[in-house]
Every structure is written in C-alpha cells, then in structure tokens.
Design a protein around this ligand. Structure first.
Ligand code: PMP
Length: 397
C-alpha cells in the first residue's frame, strides 16, 4: 500500500514532541517538555463572552457562515494597527489570516520549494518548520548569523539547489531561546539581498520579552531600507497561540501583495478560510485585553524563567551549559559531550519523573545528541525549582 504514497511522505515522521506529550498525562510528572502556554493564563472569561456575542442574534449568521479566505476584516484591521506598533506599516491587502502560524509555514514551503531547492535554517531550528518544509522535499543548509560581526556567515555544504529562503525566529527562538541582535538582523538582510532569497521571519514569541530592549522585526528593518512593504523580501508570520489561545488556531502572515495573493490561492485550495467564529472571538478579545494581557504574561513567565535560570545555577553539575533567554518559553541546555539527551530523558522519566525534549530532533541532520530543551512556561516556580533539582540529581548519578 505504501508504494502508492508520494515520495514526499518518505520524509514525514511522527514528531517526537507530540508523541512524548501523549505520555505526560500521568500524575506526578514534572514536565518541561511541551512549549505550551499555561492554560490558567488564558483570557477564558473574555473568550466566553466573545463566543456568546458571536452567537448572539446580531452576529450569528456571519459567525456560522463561510467567509473570505483572506480573513475577518476587523481582525485584519486590528492586526494592521498591531504591526504598525512594532514598526511594520502595511495595508489590509498585505495580511492573510491563517490557521495558526504553522499553516503559514506549510504554505510558504509550498510557495517556494521545488524538490531539491535549498532552505536555510538555524541549526537547531523549530521542529515544526522542518516538518512543514520537509513535505516539499528541500535540502536544508545552515543559516548562521554572527551578531558580533558585521557579516552573516553562510556555511553552504554544496551549491546544488537554488536557495529560496532563510527561515528564522529572531526573538527567543524555539528551541534555543536565543535572540538575533540588531546587527545580526541587518546582516541577514544583506545576506538575503546577496543571495536573492526570501526571509521567513517567525514571530511566534515576539510579544513575550521579559527584559532588555525590543529589537525591531527583520521586516521592519527591511521596510526602513526599502520604503515600502511591496519592495520587501521578508515575510512575517505571527501567531495568537502564545499570547491568547493556541486552541483557536489563529495566526497571520504579513508580506508584499504578490506573496499574499499566492498564499490566498493556497488557502482557498486547502481549507477555504480559518474558522470565522474563532477569528471573531480573537478579534474581540485582542481589542478588549491584548494591551493588559501581555504585560501580565510577561510578568508571570518572566518570573518562571528567572526561577529556572537560578535553579540551573544551583543544581547543574560542572560541564553543563545553558542559554539565558530574554523572553519566550525555552532554555536550551548543552550537556557534556558523550551524554545523550535521549538517554537522560529515559533515566529522568523513570527515576525522578521529569520530562523535557531531547535536542536532536531540532537539527536537520539529527546531530546535537548532547542537547535538551527545557520549557518554563507551564510550571509554577516551586515546581520548576523542584524539577531542576531532580534533574541535577540524575545528572550527578
Ligand atoms: N513557530 C514557532 C517557533 C513555534 O514554536 C510554534 C508553536 N510551537 C509555531 C510556529 C506554530 O504555532 P501556531 O501554529 O500555534 O501559531
């Protein structure tokens, strides 16, 4: 039966993280595995009201009906304003609502990648981006940006497939938590101009900065250089998943109109449009509370990040290293060479009931066996301290 499947399926595999998450419903496990928001922080009352309103006499016909592929106009208006606030001047025609930003990544793979084309990605990078792009049978090459120098260094292994885009999450990346500084972003734009490729900017964690000064998005910097979004090669992918709710599956893309028009055609072919009622609810909740909700998230998640960093300092043995993120949900830990994240996970689950994600899956070539990703977003500070203490214990035995 499998011989009938298209060649693209040979590279599709179950996400280690999603498989792992299935095991974590057992009581007593301290999980730093899923990069998921704390459900206690969802603006649930706001959503209850928004859905009630959407289903009330005035809006129900619209809420339950088919709608346009581009997305719910009032939400796109709110987004145009939001993008302006982070330095990106655009029109409604530059915005497409997607079913989560994951859908945007899939469409962008479909838009740019013919089999054998090259996608430049971080090493490691977001696993879901690798999965989305993989379906289009690209080769992956390493995008390496050195923010301390004026140059972006591109380490190509061979010059085979055309380089179509560089994908990155410049703020508090998944899985490393690291941020690309201003010079790195400028250098990336120089590189993209030189290579004549697109830039896919994944802003999934952009709003979740806990300290340090915000750095303009790559698209904002390119706009400052080129005057109009229509001249820009950067495509910005946004998401409400980390700020309001991942379950409603609402994300967005901002790009030059020809890119958006192609993506709209893909959306028409794939799912016609994102759920109308979910877009209406997100619109109402974003308008009512985005500006107060985000500072609350920053303060709660920021304290959790601090708790995890200080517990790591207290409990990790010599030879273990980790990142110090200014935002987002993740800390990336490098274990001494020879120690495998997957082995540590098996041992930690069995002996002290602590879970995390081994880092290997985030590398296109599955190197990085001695790395792990810890998420601090979904545990309170006491649990974080206890989980890291236990992890230190396992590492010492
Ligand atoms: N990009 C990054 C970097 C992510 O971590 C995630 C979610 N884990 C996504 C995109 C996809 O998020 P969503 O589809 O829920 O918007």
């Amino acid at each position: 039966m499998k011989d009938l499947f298209a060649t693209r399926t040979s590279r599709m595999k179950a996400s280690e993280i999603r498989e792992l998450l299935k095991l974590l419903d057992q009581p007593g496990i301290i999980s730093f595995a899923g990069g998921i928001p704390d459900p206690a922080l969802f603006p649930a009352d706001g959503f209850a009201m928004a859905f009630q309103n959407a289903l009330g006499a005035e809006f129900q016909a619209q809420a339950l009906q088919y709608s346009v592929s581009e997305g719910y106009v009032p939400l796109r208006e709110w987004l145009a304003d939001h993008m302006r606030q982070i330095g990106i001047e655009c029109e409604l025609e530059n915005i497409l609502i997607t079913s989560g930003s994951q859908q945007a990544l899939d469409y962008l793979g479909k838009l740019y990648l013919s089999p054998g084309d090259t996608a430049l990605v971080g090493w490691p990078t977001y696993l879901g981006a690798l999965a989305a792009f993989n379906a289009y049978e690209p080769r992956f090459d390493r995008l390496s940006i050195n923010g301390n120098r004026r140059a972006a260094k591109y380490a190509a292994t061979a010059g085979e497939g055309a380089i179509k885009f560089a994908y990155l999450s410049p703020d508090f990346a998944n899985p490393t938590g690291e941020t690309v500084d201003l010079r790195g972003r400028e250098a990336l734009l120089d590189l993209a101009d030189e290579l004549n490729c697109a830039v896919i900017e994944d802003g999934a964690y952009q709003a979740l900065r806990y300290d340090g000064e915000p750095i303009p998005p790559v698209l904002a910097l390119e706009l400052a250089r080129k005057g109009s979004i229509e001249n820009c090669r950067t495509i910005y992918c946004g998401s409400f998943s980390k700020t309001l709710s991942p379950g409603l599956r609402v994300g967005w893309v901002v790009a030059a109109k020809p890119v958006i028009s192609q993506l709209v055609l893909m959306k028409q072919a794939a799912d016609l449009h994102s759920a109308t009622i979910n877009q209406m609810a997100i619109n109402e909740v974003a308008r009512a509370c985005f500006d107060t909700h985000i500072p609350m998230l920053r303060s709660v998640y920021g304290a959790r990040r601090d708790a995890m960093l200080s517990a790591l300092r207290d409990h990790m043995p010599e030879g273990v290293d980790w990142t110090k993120p200014e935002g987002g949900m993740f800390i990336w830990v490098t274990l001494p060479k020879g120690l495998k994240g997957a082995d540590l996970l098996a041992k930690a689950l069995e002996t002290v009931k602590v879970a995390f994600v081994p880092g290997q899956a985030f590398f296109p070539d599955e190197t990085g066996a001695n790395t792990i990703r810890l998420s601090f977003s979904n545990s309170d500070e006491a649990t974080i301290r206890e989980g890291i203490r236990r992890l230190g214990e396992v590492l010492r035995t």
